[in-house]
Design a binder for this molecule. Structure first.
Ligand code: ZN
Length: 296
């Protein structure tokens, strides 16, 4: 992919709405390559990573946000986690879910997700965690987050997310738009009517990015008569912050008895990161050294 992924933040009208427009084609491709997801799972994961990056862009400093989509469908759930630096990671419960296209001839994301709940956990540091939860509406992710913003955060919002998967099963275009009314817009029905007319035409966002469109092009194409003004632009990417040290700490928290059992039964340990599928190997000698560390 020649183009970089990035997010554009803009306002419309007289500060009546804010828009996040982002291209995530490379994010979706990297997620597919790491998890070997089927097309349906790639779409579900790519959409979740895209909205995760938008939630990340709403954070400050060292805060992080984690999305959990717990549905009863064959995908067996989605987790995505993002920070304010434009980094996101994530996985699905069953990456190989294989369903026929839905009635509209599209990847059956809603069916794969099923019904259940959507959770948003914001870690604001100092153990201050905010959690919002809403029931899933369609499982198509975009609709579910529009509902989440409206009901859990009381911000009327439109969310369009898309991942286009190519014939080689790899994502070839991905991105999203999140549009939120700001308090000043509440009384301006004419502005809201204009916005709704625009949004009705905004379904093919993944094709737009597959055809090398940019987030700025989207703003221009859909909102040119609403005076869009770009606030800032920032890169986004798939990145996992796992490390050997972190998994070593995790092993130490198992405690002496369980570590000894691991040595006795398995001789060694291989731990695979859920988020990025990187594996960490701990030898018999290293595990025994950890047990000694716990003994001291
Ligand atoms: Zn990882």
């Amino acid at each position: 992919m020649k183009q970089q992924d990035y997010l554009v933040r803009a306002v419309l009208g007289a500060n009546q709405a804010r828009v996040f427009a982002l291209r995530t084609t490379n994010v979706a491709r990297e997620a597919q390559a790491r998890h070997l997801t089927s097309p349906t799972a790639s779409a579900a994961l790519g959409r979740s990573l895209t909205i995760g990056l938008v939630l990340g862009a709403m954070l400050k400093g060292e805060e992080t946000v984690t999305i959990q989509i717990k549905g009863d469908g064959p995908l067996k759930g989605i987790v995505a986690s993002a920070n304010s630096r434009g980094e996101v990671k994530g996985y699905v419960g069953n990456p190989f879910v294989d369903l026929p296209l839905n009635r509209e001839g599209k990847l059956a994301v809603g069916e794969a997700v099923g019904s259940g709940n959507l959770y948003v956990l914001r870690d604001l540091g100092l153990k201050d965690v905010y959690q919002g939860a809403v029931p899933l509406q369609t499982g198509e992710i975009g609709d579910d987050f529009a509902y989440y913003f409206a009901h859990s955060e009381q911000i009327p919002s439109a969310v369009v997310l898309g991942v286009l998967v190519g014939l080689d099963q790899k994502p070839i275009g991905a991105g999203g738009i999140v549009l939120q009314l700001l308090p000043d817009a509440a009384a301006d029905q004419a502005f809201i009517d204009k916005l709704e007319a625009k949004l009705a035409n905004m379904s093919a966002i993944s094709s737009f990015f597959a055809a090398d469109g940019t987030p700025e092009d989207i703003l221009e194409e859909y909102f040119s008569n609403l005076n869009p003004r770009i606030i800032d632009t920032s890169p986004v990417r798939f990145r996992c912050d796992c490390s050997r040290e972190r998994f070593e700490k995790g092993l130490l928290t198992l405690g002496r008895a369980e570590l000894q059992e691991l040595v006795d039964l398995e001789d060694q340990a291989e731990i695979v990161c859920h988020f990025c599928t990187k594996s960490y190997y701990f030898s018999n000698r290293e595990l025994k050294a950890m047990i000694r560390e716990l003994d001291t």
